[in-house]
Design a protein around this ligand. Sequence first.
Ligand SMILES: [Zn+2]
Ligand SMILES: [Zn+2]
Length: 327
Amino acid sequence: MHAMVLKKLGASLEWTELADRQPEPGEIRVKVAACGVCRTDLHVVDGELPDPQVPIIPGHEIVGRIDAIGAGVEGLRVGERVGIPWLGHTCGVCPYCVRSQENLCDRPLFTGYTRDGGFATATIADARFAFPLGEGGSDVALAPLLCAGLIGWRSLVIAGDGKNLGLYGYGAAAHIIAQVAKWQGRTVFAFTRPGDVATQDFARRLGATWAGGSDETPPERLDAAIIFATVGDLVPLALKAVRKGGRVICAGIHMSDIPSFPYQLLWEERQLVSVANLTRQDGIDFLRLAPQIGIVTETTRYPLNQANRALTDLRAGRFEGAAVLVP
Ligand SMILES: [Zn+2]
Ligand SMILES: [Zn+2]
């Protein structure tokens, strides 16, 4: 197999030939058909997440077909199309796992961060954490659903059922979740970098009723706001935009420091919460709903060996929607 491997934090990924691995008991081997590129991959490459490990193969929005099955795996077959998300393994016995909060597991493994991911021609996964994807939709179109869609979905559920929803940072996750929110009958207000007219146009084309700069006041008070951007300065701005009792959700795994702000912005029962990882139930719920909604993902395709260019373009905001690597 071949992979784009991170061998040193902060360095470029290296095209590397590796020995084919056989799945251990409970594992599957998947021939990768497409793997989305997520902002978290930038945090992995930059060494911004706790306890980074190298060498590691990044990538946690994997769509592929099972080509080998380890002992004891049930309910999956060779040739079946599956998706492999960020949550790659949980311990099953810690207080969080037994409380249906496996997203907070004390001893988890994360795909493309603490276990090898999908910037590769093949990958090995814990079979219990792979989602059967069926045959509807193309591999490339489905890939961004595996993290941008799933984390966005969890954030949307935690945002509650208020009608006016603000989305700060209109990249891969927001462009999917705006479509879900619209389908649910909500009104979406999209916030981009001030002056980013191209992304504001993109937002209006894909789900948003209003789009403007993050420094602008939306025409109506928000019931909830989800911050997908990694910019802590957005937190007081979002709190200012939500109504009394409204909720602000930080959806990213990493964020720059939040500046101090007057207590008045939080008062009147506004809530500020973060979303971490996903549970398998989130995946089952969202992937069941996605075909009904008819989500359209805007993707920019790169050959696998161009992963560094995809990461650079993501960092620079050179495309709308999501980048997807294809072996
Ligand atoms: Zn991700
Ligand atoms: Zn656990």
